[in-house]
Design a protein around this ligand. Sequence first.
Ligand SMILES: [Ca+2]
Length: 558
Amino acid sequence: MTGRSPRAAAAAIALSVLAAAPSDAFLIAPPGSPGPLPMTVVAQGLDRPGDLVQAGDGSGRLFVVEQPGRIRFVRGGAPSAQPFLDIQALVLSGDERGLLGLAFHPAFAANGRFYVNYTRQPDGATVVARYRVTDGAPDLADPASGEVLLTIAQPYPNHNGGTLRFGPDGLLYIGTGDGGSGNDPGDRAQDPQSLLGKMLRIDVDGGAPYAIPPGNPHASGQGGRPEIWASGLRNPWKFSFDGPTLLIGDVGQDQREEIDAIDATTGAGANFGWRVLEGTRCTGLTGGAPCGTPGFVAPIVEYDHATGCSVTGGEVYRGAGNTVAALVPGTYVFGDFCTGAVYALARTAEPAPADLVELGRTGFNVSAFGRDATGEILVADFGGGRVLRIGAPAPAGVVPVVEFRNAAIDHYFITADAAEIAVLDTGVIAGWRRTGAAFSARSNAAAGTSPVCRYFLAPVPGGSHFHSADPAECDRVRAAFPAFVLETPSAMHVWLPDTLTGACPSPATQDPVYRVWNRRADTNHRYTRDPAIREAMRAAGGVPEGYGPDGVAWCAPR
Ligand SMILES: [Ca+2]
């Protein structure tokens, strides 16, 4: 069950490209003519927004951190007139300093607790503090409830990290920069006795003011500071979790911007390389283990300063389909503060440079990403004081169908169920990885559509599924193959093609989806709208099954 964890997949991206180009892990080529990114304004009138956070309490409020020291929330399209929290008097703000991060306790709806990260007056030291909402007034935090958990002296004004998030383990992760200046002059990111240049992890429920999680690498206090979870970061301005996967945007020095990915359940003690490495480039600076030593975690994406100059780590798309076609559930979206470019990384079974695309240019300094309550991606316009949503939700009822493959048994599986996709993306069911191929389906019945039945054949190792949009075929399988168990009579809705020609009823708005049987005892079917995939499967011994000469199983909404 451990063979293909998200961590392994992340490593594979770096390794596959490293093999091809040892010094350039995964460079994003500067696009020739980037277009504008399609966006919709969600709220405006904010002051230097730097963090976008949902409280997870069902209130529908999107909380926005304003750098000078206020937190507002957006509800019904407008920022709250009265700040949720105003601690400007405590905050030293400007350039890279200010109120930088916000995280709500996983049980916020019950306990009203939340956590902030700011640089304090007058010395710029980093402070992590806990606050509570006011009793009986959920739209107002109690400024008197502030309790400082952690203070970290800052030797220079820049590189303050600032994001904090609760992981799936219920523990609070805190990103710290290397202390600033340039090239980490104190070698703090590699120093286990410094809290700077690290990912810290503390248990805010286990002690006063917090406890050290036993899984931290120096939990006993031996060999380093017990709060350290991972090291070798320069300025992890933004990071996020998707299930167990921790994705970090680590801002580079002068050469390389990078995205790091690691499985939080196994990642304690990771070393991301700075200042020995900037991305995959040896800096020539000493301090930690020598460059080339095994054990540094390589980035999954890096780009140079011809492409951008300051990466803004992002969020994984968990919406139900978007007019921006690259936004399928599981895609990681990030950007560059300087250029305003936004990128999408598909996390696939066999990572390749084609998995990474530029979605377009925002035209502003991208300071943060977030997600709305439906999983759509939000982006913060730092100078313009706006929050915008990328693209638009796909037309009602149309959902992406994501394809997974288990390489060990050479089986394919498709699903349009967002919860099922999210579970498979975690790697909990060993062996299943995205292929990157996808098509669409309707999530509910519409005129002329047919429900797709889904059968499960249990005895095959890893399982095998069969889908059909033909009600007569669904009935035949039930009668003729008792080993196939009907999982659902309507996994999705699609259109049936002409039974003689395989032509779709509305070729201008529908794509044929071909079904290919692997013609093996371990029966498995693949569903694809790509004729090249169909032909490759046929060349490998597969049999197209469906209507017309090419085996069209059904027609999907384009
Ligand atoms: Ca690194």
